[in-house]
Design a protein around this ligand. Structure first.
Ligand SMILES: C[S@@+](CC[C@H](N)C(=O)[O-])C[C@H]1O[C@@H](n2cnc3c(N)ncnc32)[C@H](O)[C@@H]1O
Length: 266
């Protein structure tokens, strides 16, 4: 079951990535994911202890809601009516003062019925993706929400910038990083995510943060990123593997020349 439809989601690359990632048993410390997004790697590994974070505050409310109130989230998700008119009503509802489980159910509903699982906001921070249809809504079940909640209960969930999260790592932790990027390119220019652009200076800040981790702490990390030469240059002292397949420039089309790499410090 794919939990969320999420831009840049790694579910299609999972079968390749897991060959190079530690298993739950191999992680002696905490599993840390600073750009968790749809969380496909996190949910797959299902770690014993975890710290997950993302700047997308609605996404983080969704995770916290499911962690604490799985039944209530399901009950409200199920009660939302179907169809285009209902979609726009629920999308445009005022959320101030609503309980966490209500906000979580709304985000889950929007994610599963909006156009292509996009996550876009207007300049006032209001979700403004159009209606996409119902066909993906009931792919998720009450049982799925309970299982997600079980995994999330082993995680601390934050809404912080990546630097703070990476620097909080301690001895023997493992960090998986999937920053926003467009395969083959150095900058992400579109306002595709809640908090906008991820330009090259952010990539530089990310590489410097990783390089500042003390060797004595034995922290392992793995990252997916664009194969743009300027990004590869930032990681020339690390192990870089070209991902042998992926999504091409045309959405939904698979290619053997993915322009994505997996970088590890082990
Ligand atoms: C490529 S997505 C992660 C996709 C995820 N691995 C999956 O499988 O769905 C990148 C994420 O980084 C988040 N993000 C962008 N800038 C950030 C920052 N400065 N600190 C933390 N998260 C950030 C975005 O909100 C987005 O969810």
């Amino acid at each position: 079951m794919k939990f969320l439809r999420y831009p840049g989601g790694k579910s299609k690359l999972l079968s390749y990535l897991v060959n190079f990632l530690p298993t739950k048993k191999d992680i002696k410390g905490t599993y840390i994911e600073p750009f968790v997004g749809g969380g496909s790697v996190f949910f797959h590994i299902n770690p014993e202890t975890a710290l997950i974070s993302d700047l997308n505050s609605e996404l983080i409310e969704l995770y916290k809601g499911i962690k604490l109130y799985p039944h209530k989230v399901w009950e409200i998700f199920e009660s939302f009516p179907s169809g285009k008119t209902a979609y726009y009503e629920i999308r445009d509802k005022q959320m101030d003062g609503k309980p966490l489980y209500y906000k979580a159910a709304r985000i889950l509903y929007l994610n599963r019925t909006c156009f292509k699982g996009m996550w876009r906001h207007n300049s006032n921070g209001v979700f403004n993706v159009g209606y996409g249809g119902e066909e993906r809504r009931w792919v998720i079940t009450h049982q799925n929400i309970l299982e997600l909640s079980k995994t999330l209960r082993k995680a601390n969930i934050h809404n912080s910038d990546f630097e703070e999260i990476i620097l909080s790592a301690s001895k023997n932790d493992f960090i998986f990083l999937d920053p926003p990027y467009k395969p083959g390119e150095k900058d992400l220019m579109e306002l595709h995510y809640r908090n906008g652009k991820f330009l090259f200076d952010e990539q530089v800040r990310l590489s410097e943060t990783l390089k500042s981790l003390p060797k004595s702490k034995n922290i392992r990390w793995a990252m997916t990123n664009s194969s743009h030469k300027d990004i590869l240059k930032l990681y020339q002292d690390f192990k870089i593997r070209k991902i042998p397949f992926g999504t091409s420039d045309k959405p939904g089309i698979q290619t053997k020349d993915s322009k994505e790499v997996l970088i590890t410090n082990y």
